[in-house]
Design a protein around this ligand. Structure first.
Ligand SMILES: Nc1ncnc2c1ncn2[C@@H]1O[C@H](COP(=O)(O)OP(=O)(O)O)[C@@H](O)[C@H]1O
Ligand SMILES: [Mg+2]
Length: 328
């Protein structure tokens, strides 16, 4: 008898991928979700199952690392005509080998809808009566979760390890000397074009791309490149298109297929973002995996196929083979 997806995810709970120490690649640079290694002019990104929210690792979501890695690669392939990206190879379902770049000191957040629950969210500010937010003017009469007349860019500075990102206006990127105007214009143009492509492709799969975060970097030859990940349910909000209109008309929240689902479940259980968040329960880890997998399948139009298990020794074997082949 074949296992249902739910059974497969429950069975995977003890085998979730927390990360791996791959000393032969050099020193590990541990991010919240990805373990990074510098190998010459390349960066090896090993994507774990860690789920980060509220500035904490909440726990592990079965198959999330593989899913994020493969979904980002899919998006990179769909968008490299707009802007080059860092992807060089996928030596393992959980691993990207990328061009090492000098990351820009700003993260480029693009928002297509007015939403969010935290005090820094666009909707929170608007609901307080603020009509000048992130250095931009907003019309009266917008409803929560409504589509904006056009997508907007709200940059944040990249905080040093452990710090909080700071929200700044688009103008401040230039006035504070973070980037020169021409370079920042090029980044904004690329981000808005990527977002439009993302919305169009998501719509084909029945999803609304609500907002996202891009990271850009500069390659050694000076080329502007998209780095990190792209249009994943970690870095983006996705809503189910089919139920969107009816739900916002009824004052209900849209159906989330992204990390917001986890944040909202925490909020529903009384966590207000203060202090240490409780660990991710097994039930929520499985529910989150189901959402992430549905998101992957709707976007790509393909079934998500879990890779051979267990993950850690497989990743190590894949990278040893890659390393043998590529060192000279
Ligand atoms: N091509 C690249 N060149 C240099 N740095 C990169 C590249 N791609 C991703 N990064 C960086 O690698 C890290 C990826 O790991 P992640 O777990 O996302 O870290 P974080 O906790 O900073 O979000 C990020 O700090 C990201 O900025
Ligand atoms: Mg990151």
């Amino acid at each position: 008898m074949t296992q249902s997806l739910h059974e497969t995810l429950v069975a995977q709970l003890p085998h979730r991928f927390e990360g791996a120490d791959l000393d032969f690649l050099g020193d590990k640079i541990a991010g919240k979700v990805r373990d990074n290694y510098r190998v010459d002019d390349q960066r090896v990104l090993v994507v774990s199952d860690r789920l980060s929210a509220f500035d904490h690792i909440l726990g592990l979501v079965p198959f999330k690392g593989q899913l994020l890695n493969q979904l980002a690669a899919w998006w990179f392939a769909q968008t490299h005509d707009i802007v080059p990206n860092h992807l060089i190879a996928l030596p393992d379902p959980n691993v990207t080998v990328a061009q090492e770049c000098q990351p820009l000191p700003v993260e480029v957040v693009v928002r297509g809808y007015i939403t969010g629950v935290t005090t820094t969210a666009l909707w929170y500010q608007y609901a307080q009566g603020n009509r000048h937010i992130y250095g931009m003017d907003f019309p009266d009469g917008l409803q929560k979760n409504e589509r904006l007349p056009q997508p907007i860019i709200t940059p944040t500075t990249k905080a040093a390890h452990g710090g909080h990102d700071e929200r700044i206006t688009s103008a401040e990127v230039v006035t504070r000397g973070i980037m020169d105007e021409a370079a920042w214009d090029e980044v904004q143009e690329a981000a808005l074009t990527l977002f439009a492509r993302g919305q169009a492709l998501a719509a084909q799969g029945g999803l609304l791309l609500v907002d996202t975060k891009y990271e850009f970097g500069v390659a050694p030859d000076g080329t502007l490149m998209l780095i990190d990940e792209m249009h994943t349910p970690d870095s983006s909000r996705f809503w189910l298109a089919e139920s969107y209109e009816a739900r916002i008309a009824a004052g209900a929240e849209p159906e989330n297929y992204d990390k917001e689902y986890v944040r909202l479940r925490y909020a529903a259980n009384g966590y207000r973002g203060e202090g240490e968040p409780p660990p991710l329960s097994d039930g929520l880890a499985v529910a989150a995996a189901e959402r992430y997998i549905a998101c992957y399948e709707m976007l790509t139009g393909e079934r998500f196929v879990p890779a051979e298990q267990p993950t850690a020794p497989r990743v190590e074997a894949s990278l040893r083979a890659w390393w043998e082949e590529n060192r000279d």
